[in-house]
Design a protein around this ligand. Structure first.
Ligand SMILES: Nc1ncnc2c1ncn2[C@@H]1O[C@H](COP(=O)(O)OP(=O)(O)O)[C@@H](O)[C@H]1O
Ligand SMILES: [Mg+2]
Length: 379
């Protein structure tokens, strides 16, 4: 039997990228269109597991196919410093004449204060800009440019993002072939876009990643399975596609577990039923649990109140269940929307944004209610 082709791991490139053709096309065109093309400043947002990291990898690959260089980073402390080093390394690769010769290796760098020395950030940024200029010069000789991708942008990385934004803005003004693609949760992105210092980022083309159409999921599951030498019955395929809810992470989880649990060459409805149960369990212990852990107790209580409904919830009714004033409940509603946990369905109504979150909350309600009560006691 062939290896399992599905990739149910955060950040793992899927066997087939489902439902992202338009976004990919827009980005690719921007590489061809030249400096100033709007797609060259891109921001991917969406809830956990929707495929933001995967999109950054895809645009990075696309840039490489155009002969560009990609520097991939995550918005954690020291990002600009790491980018500076990566820029120097890239310059040495693209233009070996800039690489230090062997004679410099004997130089000892004085250690001040016995610890790690850090150059002042400002000087470092200036130096980085100069190196970037040299790298872009070298790339321009081959008609190529540079893409920088930054994953998990959030307010905490504001300083590094400010330096990055100022640098990229400067290079775009100089008509350089540079592109910047970022990704983050909707809340993180809106925090940054409202930041006065980061006004430049407001110009970014927003790609709000959402669930993909079930028909596309069905096709992708079918193609992946048959390409790897197995088959799947129509009934099983329908059930499997439905169970994903169009949620990208769940496409990989369902695919992986139905592949694993089917015994013969053909994946049938029995295997799909068992696979969907296994997939949902994994979804709970990975996506749901981590997403809920990031929230406050009151946010979680709001979600627990929603979980009583079979479908969309009336926000007025939720406020009543919580015994909260409607305007107070509205604060939690917008926070949960920004965190990618819920979404408005129509005026006065919201629903869960992550599939099976309702079921997960119902199954684990006791645990989350307990933790909410014990923190309330402590305060
Ligand atoms: N368009 C897609 N089609 C199929 N699978 C996808 C797609 N996007 C993401 N995935 C899968 O979903 C999972 C989560 O993707 P990831 O990029 O880590 O999400 P995020 O960064 O938004 O949390 C991974 O297993 C990945 O292979
Ligand atoms: Mg990610």
């Amino acid at each position: 039997m062939a290896r399992n082709p599905f990739r149910p791991t955060a950040g793992a490139t899927p066997p087939l990228l489902v439902g992202r053709d338009d976004a990919m096309e827009e980005f690719t065109e921007s590489l061809e269109d030249g400096p100033g093309a709007p797609g060259r400043l891109a921001l991917f947002t969406g809830p956990r597991g929707v495929g933001k990291t995967v999109m950054l990898t895809e645009v990075g690959d696309q840039a490489l196919r155009h002969g560009w260089i990609t520097l991939a980073e995550t918005a954690t402390p020291g990002m600009v410093e790491r980018l500076r080093h990566a820029t120097t390394d890239a310059l040495h690769t693209v233009d070996p004449s800039t690489a230090p010769t062997r004679t410099v290796t004997g130089v000892t760098i004085p250690v001040i204060g016995g610890g790690v020395t850090m150059s002042t950030p400002a000087a470092s940024v200036v130096q980085w800009r100069q190196e970037l200029g040299r790298l872009l010069d070298a790339l321009a000789r081959n008609d190529a440019g540079l893409l920088i991708t930054v994953d998990e942008v959030h307010r905490g990385a504001r300083d590094d993002l400010r330096d990055l934004a100022a640098t990229v803005q400067h290079l775009i003004r100089e008509d350089r072939d540079i592109a910047l693609a970022m990704a983050g949760l909707p809340s993180a992105a809106s925090d940054l876009l409202n930041d006065e210092i980061l006004t430049f980022l407001r110009r970014a083309t927003r790609f709000e990643l959402a669930d993909v159409p079930l028909a596309a999921v069905r096709d992708a599951l079918h193609t992946t399975i048959t390409q790897e030498g197995r088959t799947i019955t129509d009934e099983a395929l329908d059930e499997a596609a439905d169970a994903t809810g169009g949620y990208p992470f769940m496409i990989q989880l369902v695919g992986y577990h139905i592949w694993r649990l089917a015994t013969g060459e053909t994946i049938d409805a029995t295997a799909v039923r068992a696979g969907v149960v296994a997939a949902r369990k994994r979804l709970g212990s990975t996506v749901h649990e981590t997403a809920l852990a990031d929230l406050s107790d009151i946010d979680r209580t709001y979600l627990l109140a929603m979980a009583h409904d079979p479908g969309e919830s009336s926000t007025g009714e939720i406020a009543r269940r919580l015994g909260a004033a409607p305007n107070y409940a509205a604060v939690y509603r917008s926070r949960l929307i920004a965190a990618g946990m819920i979404e408005p369905t129509r005026h006065g109504y919201v629903d869960f944004a992550i599939p099976y979150l309702r079921e997960y909350l119902r199954e684990h309600a006791a645990r989350y209610e307990m933790s909410a009560r014990s923190t309330r006691r402590r305060h």
